[in-house]
Design a protein around this ligand. Structure first.
Ligand SMILES: Nc1nc2c(c(=O)[nH]1)N[C@H]1C(S)=C(S)[C@@H](COP(=O)(O)O)O[C@H]1N2
Ligand SMILES: [Mo]
Length: 348
């Protein structure tokens, strides 16, 4: 395995990304006019260290531990020859929206100051993790599955790794080798990553090299020090517009956006164009998937020039709705409040 010193391999042009140290967030206007999926060239990247370049000819995925009967190793071609599944799934960082704890609620939370761009939806193809676990003779008393990344160790904490309960591992998790019909790009986990639908992005371990299956609960820094007790992602919404977009009078403008929830389908999206006084339902059609997002739009003919805040509020099938304020969170995770998106209406 060879490693580069650039933290991210792909280009990060300023019109698509805002860079935060070793990570980069998508600008939401980059989704305007796009289809259902986030193209890889604008998909956000969250790296603890830097993107490794891995040689697939020597790469192996090792499966071992007390929770399986027959330890196994799989090569890249072997995985690609197995029965595969294709799924449209969102990957979202638990810290997505953290910036708004400070800018909107005046209680800044430490950590990467993501806006809403630490999410993307891709069409992932790979082998269901359940299938590999069965091949390795998973035992009925298996408790946790611990995937480990091949990227460089993070500070003194070792390789990035986070236990997943066996129930989730045997449910809908994918050992993915394709993103939007192409081999995974280096920054998104080449040759193979986990894709864990609905859960915080940290569960979707990139550059997968090793999976331990245990018969007791496992603890690593990634479920104790960082991201403790995190499973599903809350409901959120974003407009496909630049921050401080300029919209000419008189319109009407069709405002586009997307809403998502780690807990189920989005059933309703309401938009307020008057600072939360009145709400109108947005229109949506087409894809309506669990574990991904719902695109929507609404027409707006602004009446006066000047500053406005656009607000979108979604509700998922569990009844969870975006609040106006998110309770303080010590790590700044799971900001799900309605975001006030500033725009300027200008004379046409
Ligand atoms: N091996 C490894 N896996 C990882 C990470 C990492 O730094 N190393 N970052 C995690 C985090 S915090 C997130 S949010 C997602 C981001 O996936 P992406 O970079 O493909 O968007 O990958 C997760 N998997
Ligand atoms: Mo993350």
């Amino acid at each position: 395995m060879r490693q580069t010193m650039a933290t991210i391999v792909k280009p990060l042009p300023g019109h698509l990304f805002r860079v935060h140290g070793a990570s980069a967030e998508m600008r939401w206007e980059a989704m305007a006019g796009q289809g259902y999926h986030t193209p890889a060239d604008r998909f956000f990247v969250r790296n603890h260290t830097h993107t490794p370049l891995i040689d697939v000819t020597t790469w192996r995925l090792r499966l071992h531990g007390q929770g399986i009967r027959c330890p196994r190793e799989f090569g890249y071609d072997e995985l690609r020859a197995m029965p595969s599944r294709t799924q449209d799934v969102a990957i979202e960082c638990a810290g997505n929206g953290r910036r708004f704890y400070g800018t909107q609620q005046h209680e800044p939370a430490p950590g990467t100051q993501w806006g809403l761009g630490a999410i993307g939806v891709a069409r992932w193809r790979g082998v269901p993790l359940k299938h590999l676990l069965k091949e390795a003779g998973v035992r009925p008393d298996a408790v946790d599955v611990l995937p480990t990344g091949l990227d460089a160790p993070f500070e003194d904490y070792g390789h990035v790794r986070r236990p997943l309960p066996i129930g989730k591992a045997m449910d809908d998790v994918l050992v993915a080798y394709e993103m939007n019909g192409e081999p995974l790009p280096p920054d998104h986990g080449f040759p193979v990553r986990l894709v864990v639908p609905g859960w915080a992005g940290i569960a979707s371990i990139k550059w997968l090299g090793d999976i331990e299956v245990s018969t007791r609960k496992l603890f690593t820094p990634w479920n104790t020090v960082f991201y403790p007790d995190l499973t599903t992602q809350p409901v959120k919404s974003a407009f496909e517009l630049p921050w401080n977009a300029r919209l000419p009078l008189p319109g009407p403008h069709i405002l586009h956006g997307r809403s998502w929830s780690g807990r189920g389908r989005i059933v309703r999206v309401e938009v307020s164009l008057d600072g939360g006084i009145s709400w109108r339902e947005a229109e949506h059609h087409g894809h309506h998937l669990v574990g991904a997002w719902l695109p929507w739009h609404i027409a707006w003919a602004p009446r006066r020039p000047g500053g406005h805040a656009l607000m979108a509020r979604a509700t998922d099938e569990t009844g969870a709705t975006q609040p106006l304020v998110t309770p303080r969170h010590p790590f700044g995770y799971h900001f799900d409040a309605v975001v006030q998106h500033p725009i300027h209406v200008v004379m046409g």
